[in-house]
Write a protein that binds this ligand. Structure first.
Ligand code: ZN
Ligand code: ZN
Length: 421
């Protein structure tokens, strides 16, 4: 049985009311679509039922033009199986150029994730790496409009059948999909009567944390726990963000549904010590587990992993910034995603289950004087630059975090995986 095909929503046990609420939440709270604003939407073919609901709510909210772009797992696999070798250094430049043009014209961006996270795990890693690199380069100008937060954007999830089977291998495909849809609905807070209101409250709770951290203005964060003793220097002028935030075009949006993290920019030269991952990392179809790395003057000088060590080291060689940090994020162990005990094999969910760091590109919006900082201004404040951005989890209920202030004062931030308050 091929369970990657498109199914009409009627043939699944996914709760249609909750799916409709998710679509509505994505339009109003997620992307914060403005009257007359165009929307560019990407997702797997399989997510068509959700795409249709999003389009309905977008047009009801006064959208200009909603343009969906679909991908398909089988089409992707055919490429890796049958395409000519030289084709793996090529990307659809014209498409990314068009996306860049759309963003320059204030088009909002929404992405639906839902593919099997291990889709490419049996394909040639060399070809996967080359194709990823070609894509990264072609997408860079358009992606920068997103990382610079020029426009309002949002990413959310569809419970894809292959993804669901990956998470619940012992269940029948449709049962697994239903189970995954429930987990997505719970994490996205659409189980509440009024999800839009629930997100307002959630956003203000996250705001309290970012306000506190911004007022403290720590020089470093010191993580300690099993296999971890890591000092993460924070960038000069760094700002903590989380939940709802305002894009440069003035629109307030929630870039991620779900989202439990508060995050900021580390200093690319000031990270010292060693750290162990606390959850497996699923990276573009590959599985990397039990990562242990050593940092010196901001760069990873030694990297080991019990699984996927070769791939991980290849990732670190992507470019000069790939072995330095672009993000540090705090998430309490009591977050609903952590409490669900599920491993989603998907960063959008798993990064919201634990404190994490990200290799590569920093978010240029995480600076207090953030108005259109140039690459040089970001670099001079300590922001990292790279074509990759890969989050991996270093938090657990055994992790303590101290904030170190500029006068050497040490303030407890987390104890045993929870906020100190
Ligand atoms: Zn993050
Ligand atoms: Zn990240």
């Amino acid at each position: 049985m091929d369970y990657r095909g498109v199914r009409m929503i009627e043939n699944t046990a996914i709760d249609k009311d909750k799916l409709d609420k998710l679509a509505q939440l994505a339009v109003y709270t997620g992307v914060g679509l403005q009257k007359g604003q165009n929307l560019l939407l990407t997702g797997p073919v399989e997510s068509l039922p959700l795409v249709r609901l999003i389009a309905k709510h977008a047009y009801k909210a006064g959208a200009g033009l909603v343009t969906p772009l679909f991908s398909d797992a089988d089409v992707t696999l055919s490429r890796y199986k049958y395409a000519e070798d030289h084709s793996f250094d090529v990307a659809a430049d014209w498409l990314y150029k068009g996306m860049g043009d759309a963003f320059d014209n204030n088009t909002a961006r929404m992405a639906i994730a839902g593919d099997d996270p291990m889709l490419l795990s049996e394909m040639d890693p060399e070809k996967v790496a080359r194709a990823n690199k070609a894509n990264s380069i072609a997408y860079k100008p358009a992606r920068e409009r997103i990382t610079q937060f020029d426009i309002n954007w949002n990413i959310l999830s569809w419970p894809g059948l292959s993804w669901a089977k990956r998470m619940f291998p012992d269940m029948e495909p449709l049962e697994a999909q239903t189970r995954l849809s429930e987990a997505i609905f719970l994490a996205s807070r659409v189980v509440e009567d009024d999800p839009v209101q629930a997100w307002k409250e959630h956003n203000s709770a996250l705001r309290e944390k970012t306000d506190w951290l911004n007022a403290r203005n720590f020089k470093d964060l010191h993580f300690t726990g099993p296999g971890t003793d890591l000092k993460v220097g924070l960038a000069d002028d760094h700002e903590w963000m989380g939940g709802a935030s305002q894009a440069q075009n003035g629109v307030i949006c929630n870039p991620n549904i779900p989202s439990e993290e508060v995050f900021t920019t580390p200093h690319y030269l000031r990270v010292e010590g060693h750290v162990s991952s606390t959850k497996p990392l699923s990276h573009q179809g590959s599985f990397i587990d039990e990562i242990r790395v050593e940092f010196k003057e901001g760069a990873i000088v030694d990297a080991k992993a019990s699984k996927g060590e070769k791939i991980f080291n290849k990732v670190l060689e992507s470019d000069d910034g790939a072995r330095r940090l672009g993000e540090v994020a705090l998430v309490p162990d009591s977050s609903p995603i952590s409490q669900s005990g599920l491993l989603f094999y998907n960063t959008l969910f798993d990064e919201n289950a634990a404190c994490h760091i990200a290799l590569g590109q920093c978010y240029s919006k995480c600076f207090k004087s953030k108005k259109n900082l140039s690459q040089e201004e970001i670099r001079s404040r300590g922001g990292n630059s790279s074509m990759i951005h890969i989050d991996w989890m270093i938090g657990s209920k055994e992790i303590d975090i101290d904030g170190v202030s500029f006068n050497g004062e040490i303030i407890p931030v987390f104890r045993k995986g929870e906020w100190c308050d």
